[in-house]
Design a protein around this ligand. Structure first.
Ligand code: SF4
Length: 193
């Protein structure tokens, strides 16, 4: 049975313990949650051990919250994987909690922003999750487009999307101020029209 976002989710499947003190998964000093499970299977993926949906371990969300309570100097929480979008209910719960503690939220996903919006029409939890994300690094890793000179992402197709400005404006707004705002617009979903 499909999980309703209003139902209480108690566990998240993780590939590792909460990582502390990362400076490469977004700006500032960050904690990183490595989720388990990904079906994108990008050629050249650096974490193929996170693909298996039965791998890693089930961890109580309350335990993750306790670990977040211990953070002192961190500016943000990054959800990566694996692909956090395969566990949207659990990730939403954690993102909301982290935000309530003043952390900004970055999420890495193999889906594009536009794909997630489409998915949210069937499963509104995706939109609710997006509403609690500051920056989405979107799109599959494409080996042929790999570019190690780019900030916080591996291949040129991936974007750092300022999610809140994007939802507000109906146009993709990139996080990096240096990058020009994209004129690409997406089909607004009813509640944003
Ligand atoms: S989306 Fe990320 S974790 Fe999944 S296969 Fe692609 S690079 Fe690997």
């Amino acid at each position: 049975m499909e999980q309703n976002s209003k139902e209480k989710v108690e566990y998240i499947r993780l590939a590792a313990d909460l990582q502390l003190d990362s400076i490469v998964d977004g700006p500032g000093l960050r904690a990183v949650l490595w989720t388990q499970g990904c079906s994108h299977h990008c050629k050249g993926c650096q974490n193929p051990q996170t693909w298996d949906f039965e791998g890693g371990g089930l961890v109580p969300i309350d335990m993750v919250k306790d670990a977040l309570d211990e953070l002192e100097y961190h500016t943000g929480l990054t959800l990566s994987g694996g692909d956090p979008m395969f566990q949207p209910e659990a990730c939403l719960e954690i993102a909301k909690y982290a935000r309530s503690k003043g952390l900004n939220i970055w999420v890495y996903t193999g889906f594009t922003f536009e794909e997630l919006l489409k998915m949210s029409k069937q499963k509104p939890v995706y939109l609710e999750f997006l509403e609690n994300i500051d920056v989405l690094v979107d799109g599959r890793f494409i080996l042929e487009e790999r570019d190690l000179s780019m900030l916080f992402r591996g291949s040129r197709n991936q974007r750092l999307i300022d999610v809140q400005k994007t939802l507000e404006s109906g146009n993709i707004v990139l996080f990096n101020e240096i990058e020009k705002e994209s004129s690409d617009s997406f089909e607004k979903i009813p509640m944003y029209v």
